[in-house]
Design a protein around this ligand. Structure first.
Ligand SMILES: CC(=O)SCCNC(=O)CCNC(=O)[C@H](O)C(C)(C)COP(=O)(O)OP(=O)(O)OC[C@H]1O[C@@H](n2cnc3c(N)ncnc32)[C@H](O)[C@@H]1OP(=O)(O)O
Ligand SMILES: O=C([O-])CC(=O)C(=O)O
Length: 376
C-alpha cells in the first residue's frame, strides 16, 4: 500500500493484520473507497441504505432491491418490551455509548444469533433498531416521554431524527444525515472494527462482536472525538477567540480532538463533504458562528501543526445545527459503522483463523516463589 505517511512504530501501525475486500483507506494519502466506489461519489449520489446494501451484500442495489431492503428494515424497528424496560432503568446521567453497548448486548440476550446463517438478518435488525433504541432511552430519561419508535420514517436517517425529536424532521436534515451515515459507515482496520474482528475470530456471536466494537468506538481518540470537538467549539465566540484558544492549547501541548489521523497523511476525504453540509446548515439556520469558528480552527491547525480535520470535526457543528444533543453524536456513528463492523465480522468468519498476536516480554527474569513469611 503506498501512502506518504510513515506507518511504523507502536499501535500495530503499518502491520498487515488481515485481508479485506470492503474498503481502502489513504491509498493515495487521502482517498477512501467502499468496495471500489469513492466515498465522495457515494455521499453525493446515494441514500445510506444503498451504501449499507453495498457494504453488507457486495453491490449497490437496484431500484427494486432498495425498495425491498428499506421495507424490510422499516418492519424491524420495534423494541422488545424487555429491552424497553432495561432502557428505562438506565439513568439520564449515563453515557449514551454505554446505553448503546447495553442495548446491543440486551438485544443479543433476547434475539441471540443461533447460527452464522442468521448473520445478515441479525445485522439488519440492529440497523433498524439502533436509532430508536438510543432515542427511546434519551427521551424517557431526559423528558420522561415514552416515544413510539415505529414511525413512518422512510429511512434510517429520517428514523434517527424522527425518534430524537418525536416528529417528522426537515428534509434538509434528512439529506445531511444520509451523507453523514455514509461517511462514517466503513473504515478498514480501525480500532473498533479490529475489536469486532478479534471477537469474530473466536467464532463468537454477532451481538458480542458489535458490543465490543461499541466499547472501542466510545473513546475520545476514536469515535468520541466528534463530541469532544463540539465541547471545544461551543465556547468559541468568534474566529479570533477560536484562534486564541487553539494557540493556548497548542502551547500547553493539549490534543485537539477532531484533528489528525492514524492513516491519512494529507487530508481526510470525508471532511470536505461534511464541511460543505455544515456551511449549508449554518446558512439555513441564519447562524454561522459554529461554522466560522470551525473554519478558523482548521486554518490554525494546518498553519501551526500541519494537522487537518478528520471526519469528526465538522460533524460537530453540522449535528449541532440539526438540534442534536452533543452526547448523542457518537451513537449516530454507531448506527452507521454497524454496517462496516458487521461486514468485517462476516468477512472474518468466511476465512477465519483465531487472531492471536505475540508480545515482546519486558518483565523480570524467571524467579522462584518464596514462602510468604520470607517476603517483603
Ligand atoms: C473517526 C475517527 O476515529 S478519526 C480520529 C478521531 N480522533 C481524534 O480526532 C483525536 C485527536 N487525534 C489524535 O489523537 C491522533 O491524531 C489519532 C489518534 C487520530 C492518530 O494518532 P497517531 O497515529 O498516533 O498520530 P500521528 O502519528 O499522526 O501523530 C503525530 C504527532 O502529532 C501529534 N498529534 C496528532 N494528532 C494531534 C491532535 N489532534 N492534536 C495535537 N497533536 C496531535 C501527536 O501527538 C504526535 O506528536 P508526537 O510525535 O510528539 O507524539
Ligand atoms: O481508521 C481509523 O483509524 C479511525 C476511523 O475509524 C475513521 O477515521 O473513521
Amino acid at each position: 500500500m503506498s501512502t506518504s505517511k510513515q506507518l511504523t512504530g507502536a499501535g500495530l501501525r503499518g502491520q498487515i493484520a488481515g485481508k479485506t475486500a470492503l474498503s481502502t483507506v489513504g491509498k493515495t494519502g487521502s482517498g477512501l473507497t467502499y468496495r471500489g466506489y469513492d466515498v465522495k461519489d457515494l455521499a453525493a449520489k446515494c441514500e445510506f441504505e444503498e451504501v449499507a446494501h453495498l457494504i453488507l451484500k457486495g453491490e449497490l442495489p437496484t431500484v427494486a432491491e432498495l425498495a425491498a431492503y428499506k421495507a424490510k428494515l422499516k418492519a424491524l424497528r420495534s423494541l422488545p418490551q424487555a429491552l424497553k424496560e432495561v432502557l428505562e432503568r438506565i439513568p439520564a446521567s449515563a453515557h449514551p455509548m454505554d446505553v448503546m453497548r447495553t442495548g446491543c448486548s440486551m438485544l443479543g440476550n433476547l434475539e441471540t444469533e443461533q447460527s452464522f446463517a442468521e448473520q445478515q438478518d441479525v445485522t439488519d435488525r440492529m440497523l433498524a433498531v439502533f436509532p430508536g433504541l438510543i432515542n427511546y432511552w434519551y427521551n424517557y430519561s431526559h423528558h420522561g416521554k415514552r416515544i413510539d419508535v415505529e414511525t413512518p420514517a422512510d429511512s434510517i436517517a429520517e428514523q434517527f431524527l424522527w425518534t430524537l425529536h418525536d416528529k417528522k424532521p426537515e428534509p434538509l436534515h434528512v439529506t445531511v444525515m444520509h451523507a453523514s451515515l455514509i461517511l462514517y459507515a466503513e473504515h478498514e482496520f480501525n480500532a473498533s472494527t479490529f475489536t469486532a474482528r478479534v471477537c469474530a475470530s473466536t467464532l463468537s456471536d454477532m451481538h458480542s462482536c458489535i458490543t465490543g466494537a461499541i466499547g472501542s468506538l466510545r473513546g475520545p481518540l476514536h469515535g468520541g472525538a466528534n463530541e469532544a470537538a463540539m465541547e471545544l467549539i461551543e465556547h468559541m465566540q468568534n474566529p479570533e477567540h477560536a484562534e486564541e484558544t487553539l494557540l493556548g492549547m497548542l502551547a500547553r501541548k493539549d490534543k485537539i480532538m477532531g484533528f489528525g489521523h492514524a492513516i491519512y497523511s494529507e487530508s481526510d476525504p470525508r471532511n470536505a463533504v461534511i464541511k460543505a453540509w455544515s456551511e449549508q446548515l449554518a446558512k439555513a439556520n441564519g447562524d454561522s458562528r459554529l461554522y466560522d469558528v470551525s473554519v478558523r480552527c482548521e486554518a490554525v491547525m494546518w498553519r501551526e501543526k500541519k494537522l487537518f480535520c478528520n471526519a469528526d470535526f465538522f460533524h460537530a457543528s453540522a449535528y449541532n445545527y440539526m438540534g442534536i444533543a452533543t452526547k448523542l453524536f457518537t451513537p449516530i456513528f454507531v448506527c452507521s459503522r454497524l454496517t462496516g463492523w458487521a461486514a468485517h465480522v462476516m468477512e472474518q468468519r468466511a476465512d477465519n483463523r483465531i487472531i492471536r498476536p505475540s508480545a515482546d516480554y519486558v518483565g523480570v527474569e524467571p524467579r522462584e516463589v518464596q514462602p510468604i513469611a520470607n517476603r517483603g
